[in-house]
Ligand binder design. Structure first.
Ligand SMILES: Cc1cc2nc3c(=O)[nH]c(=O)nc-3n(C[C@H](O)[C@H](O)[C@H](O)COP(=O)(O)OP(=O)(O)OC[C@H]3O[C@@H](n4cnc5c(N)ncnc54)[C@H](O)[C@@H]3O)c2cc1C
Length: 466
């Protein structure tokens, strides 16, 4: 049967939209969040349910088509979409069910975090996630997931109870601590290597109102502020999260006009408690180096989650570099300030997310996620709407990374990486890589799912020269 005939047959079995080159909507459907990515798949299958996912996997397998899995489409490297293959797009599977008694939250794999925040907030709950609400639940969770609630409740995967999955042979399984426990270990950090998750079961946490917002300092005060923060964050109450940002002030109404576009150092706070308690905790930094500007106020948790969304609409050019850090030395701080002065565009930034607290208390080998003993997860992003500036933002991010990498633990959070080669993937997982490769060999021995930060099956045979 030709591929064209197979696609016609597939359309008959598949309930969602099937989009091919030339179809209306093809160019829209192949777009991902990162405007630098321009891939042209042979077919895009918008799955409405598990049956659709199974049909898509079987069709790709039978016809030798490469497969990419798309959740929210936010991946740095654009790994939700592939050239010439089949994009299995889960966006239509976007339900959220909250059980207030158990605080369990069941989430369809096509959801974005805004869907989850909206549904859980009504019950005074939240699932710990990231800092931007338009990010996909699936990709963020499978890589680990870090954000405003991390110090108190751990990574997103530390709040994951079970997943439903379709494997490379088209079979359906559940993975949890009690069922397919090896697979459950692997998907907590190992990304989309092991199968297609169709549904996540999370433990919701009691989070409703928070006190949150940024404090901004002139770069002249940045060294003192960063030195204060590195000591503060090691012993701060876990209800308090504060990530450091090297940034330019957005030209928006929330910021004084005279600061617009100014390069500054910020700490973005999120506190689970009262304003009175928060002010008592933050009084020392205000007294030590008064912020040039601050916007710190009580707000519903979904508002914090959506705070950065207007600054980062879909379709911008993004170039990412990242690493974990165990400390923030005086020498590293100097480098940060040097490269902050060179920020190439106002949307470009560097963030240092604290990953201590609960994250450090889960064992390095308890889940696939590597570098649990770190203090910070750092990410440098060159960002701009204009493709003509792609070179400029890329060079800046690479130079900043080269300067800071010697101070790092040697590996990065895989969700903050572009396609950077096998050594960087191994460095991301450190001692967990071999176990991941063995589990990959069990569940996906032919490396069918390879459009990802790829873990090669332990048994993979390398073609020998004749
Ligand atoms: C603006 C922005 C802000 C971000 N902020 C944070 C943050 O605060 N914290 C954080 O931890 N991360 C953050 N990230 C990184 C984010 O975690 C990754 O980009 C992640 O890959 C996005 O998930 P997605 O579902 O949107 O990605 P997609 O591009 O849809 O998918 C990415 C990859 O995930 C895998 N995948 C997706 N869905 C499935 C599935 N259902 N089953 C199996 N595999 C699947 C596939 O391998 C796919 O290639 C941010 C990204 C952006 C662009």
């Amino acid at each position: 049967m030709s591929l064209e005939q197979a696609i016609t047959e597939f359309r008959g079995q598949f309930r969602g939209a099937v989009i091919e080159p030339g179809d209306a909507g093809y160019d829209e459907a192949r777009k991902v969040y990162n405007g630098m990515i321009d891939r042209k798949p042979r077919l895009i299958a918008k799955c409405t349910d598990v049956a659709d996912v199974i049909a898509a996997v079987r069709m790709a397998k039978a016809n030798g088509l490469r497969v990419s899995i798309r959740g929210g489409g936010h991946n740095a490297a654009g790994l939700g979409v592939c050239d010439d293959g089949l994009v299995i797009d889960l966006a239509p599977i976007n339900y959220v069910w909250v059980d207030p008694a158990s605080r369990h939250v069941r989430v369809g794999a096509g959801c974005k975090w805004s869907d989850v925040d909206h549904a859980t907030h009504a019950f005074g709950l939240a699932v710990p996630s990231g800092i931007i609400s338009s990010t996909g639940v699936a990709g963020l969770t499978l890589g680990g997931g870090m954000g405003h609630l991390t110090r108190k409740y751990g990574l997103t995967i530390d709040n994951l109870l079970a997943v439903d999955m379709v494997l490379a042979d088209g079979s359906f399984v559940v993975a949890s601590e009690d069922e397919n426990a090896d697979l459950f270990w692997a998907v907590r950090g190992g990304g989309g290597n092991f199968g297609i998750v169709t549904s996540f079961l999370f433990q919701g946490q009691p989070v409703g109102m928070v006190c949150a917002g940024p404090m901004l300092w002139n770069l002249e005060d940045a060294a003192d502020v960063m030195k204060w923060h590195r000591d503060f964050i090691r012993q701060a109450p876990e209800e308090m999260n504060g990530f450091i940002a090297m940034m330019s002030v957005p030209p928006g109404p929330h910021f004084p006009q005279e600061l617009h576009f100014k390069k500054m150092c910020a700490i973005v706070w999120c506190y689970q408690g009262s304003m009175e308690q928060a002010n008592a905790i933050l009084e020392p930094i205000r007294a030590y180096r008064r912020p040039a500007f601050e916007f710190f106020a009580p707000m519903p948790f979904p508002v914090v989650q959506g705070m950065f969304d207007p600054i980062y609409p879909p379709g911008l050019q993004w170039y990412w570099k990242a690493d974990f850090f165990n400390e923030l030395s005086d020498a590293a701080i100097e480098k940060h300030i040097e490269h902050a002065r060179l920020l190439p565009t106002w949307q470009s930034t560097m963030h240092l997310y604290p990953v201590n607290g609960k994250v450090n208390r889960v064992g390095e080998n308890d889940t696939a996620f590597g570098h649990r003993d770190s203090l910070f997860s750092g990410v440098i992003v060159g960002v701009d709407p204009d493709p003509a500036n792609a070179g400029k933002i890329t060079e800046w991010a690479r130079a900043y990374y080269d300067a800071l990498h010697p101070f790092s633990t040697g590996g990065a959070y895989m969700n903050f990486m572009m396609e950077e080669g096998d050594d960087r993937i191994r460095a991301a997982y450190r001692g967990n890589y071999q176990r991941l490769a063995a589990i990959k060999a069990k569940y996906d021995p032919d490396n069918f799912f390879n459009v990802n930060q790829n873990i090669r099956p332990a048994s993979e045979r390398v073609a020998q020269p004749a």
